[in-house]
Design a protein. Sequence first.
Length: 304
Amino acid sequence: MSVIPVTPTSKQNTVGGLFTIFLAAFFWGTTFVAQQVGMDYIEPNTYLWGRSLVGGLILIPVAFYFHRHDKHPYALKPLLIASFCCGSVLFFASLAQQVGIQFTTVAKSGFITSLYIVLVPLLLFFTGKKINRFVVMSVFIALVGLYLLCFSAQTTNFSFSFGDNLTLCCALLFSFHILTVDYFVLKVPPVLLACLQLWVCTLWSLGAMFLFETPSIEHIAMAGPSILYAGIFSSGIAYTCQILGQRKVEPTISSLIMSLEAVIALIAGWAVLNQSLSIREFMGCCIMFIAILLAQKKPISTKD
């Protein structure tokens, strides 16, 4: 799940703030299991539509509450533009993840998706930001981990599986989503943006569902528990936990805690779906996690 940068009102790194962000990471990590289970009954766009719809509905009262207590004026047009841009990128990123998870394991999907924490500084570098040596090191370390995680020891064919390729695209798209939200979040209310982007995602997936898939009420009902879990806990509660937590926790520490979603996805895949990793794949996960942590060691500084 992607990160929504929020301008915090204080940076006390309180226990409550740290725990709130961990809850977001926990829900995002466990949702990888719900996503894979849901694909047993319905197709990707149908699942994404249901998940986004539930998340959008859950965030309506949250957004209304924050709107009533927000003393800063804002214009409607910039909010709609921001919601459309962020929601559109979120749709394509989520769709790539949803399709890809059908052809890979929960653990792999979680760890490959987490590469956005490494990709974001690289993308910032191409927009005129300096890249520190820790990020450079993390990129090479992540490539080693990715190789161990995705390439079989019994083959010399240097190619990803279809699911791995899509999940890599998902990580890149989530990186663009982070930067897109980061661009707009100082211009519009963040909670309203979190809510409306889900409704944009809902509309995109609704159109794609009827164009490319054959949804049925019976199959949607069978996937109902999975959709409800992802919509309520991942899209609804987790986004809210993230926003509230980031008001009390520094961005670097927030990112570190959020990256735990990859570890949680691995544990959830093993505990719920009995998906095991080989020693080689487990080493790849560990190395990628080290790369993720290293990428957050120093903030990106702007060029003079």
